[in-house]
Write a protein that binds this ligand. Sequence first.
Ligand code: GLU
Length: 314
Amino acid sequence: MTVASSSSLVGRLAPSPTGALHLGNARTFLLAWLSVRSRGGTLLLRLEDIDGPRIKAGAAQQTIDDLRWLGLDWDGEVVVQSERLLRYQAAAAQLVAGGHAYPCVCTRSEIDAAASAPHEAGDDGPVYPGTCRGRFADLAVAKVATGRDAALRFRVDVDAVPFVDGFAGPQAGKVRGDFVVQKRDGGPAYQLAVVVDDAAQGVTEVVRAADLLPSTPRQLLVYRALGLTPPTFVHVPLVVGADGLRLAKRHGDTSLRHFRERGVRAEQVVGYLAYLCGLRPRGGPCLPRDLLGGFSWSALAKGPVRGDDHALLG
Ligand code: GLU
């Protein structure tokens, strides 16, 4: 990928404050920061705090502190998703009005029982068999008819939405089954909120981890249905442990808090992250801004990278 200066480039950091930042997401944020800052673009910070039960008290402030500690900065006010619920509801209503979404009263166990297609990698759960398609005109009708609060599902009428990823290259973009855009409690699903916000904030480049690749074709469908222009997607390979699985608690504590409490300096952590990005040899401490000059996506390994040999960090 060429690195040219662009003032119309807008990127974002979009952490979910579900706990302390760890090496895996810190590396993704460093890459998102480098991509935008090396080209003179604008970088926004959005806290994706709509995933109710997974959100931890105090984690939003912790996330902000961790990003600052690493030396990553952003432009403008921090946007907080839980303060934007009306926008998501309006977008969901627009999808229903356009025939792109419909009320669904099915419970998880009903879907499990009715689903025939087996799960595949990237599916959120069993493929929705379409039970509620065409059943209810709107949420109120669904409630009267069944006594249940309904979710809203996006109606998927294609098998795939092929797209070209900025790092991972051409993708088949398979989409399996109608997916939820508004939960039964009226809150937005991630797939809707992320599209509404990226579009409203004028985001032109989304850098995120490869575990979200399967979500992208769904999001592209939502962009299309709402008449919005999608950003460029850049999915970076995961940081994994010795078992090849995404870095997690069982690989040891890789939270930034853990390293900070042991007196590790931010420069050491950034140096290690730079090494994981192929930007620096192992062991050299540095600051994010030291990496701007030499930043290139071509340094990044195409596959998952081992990130569990960070013993030197503490
Ligand atoms: N908030 C999401 C996460 O932390 C990222 C969403 C995105 O980048 O699209 O997993």
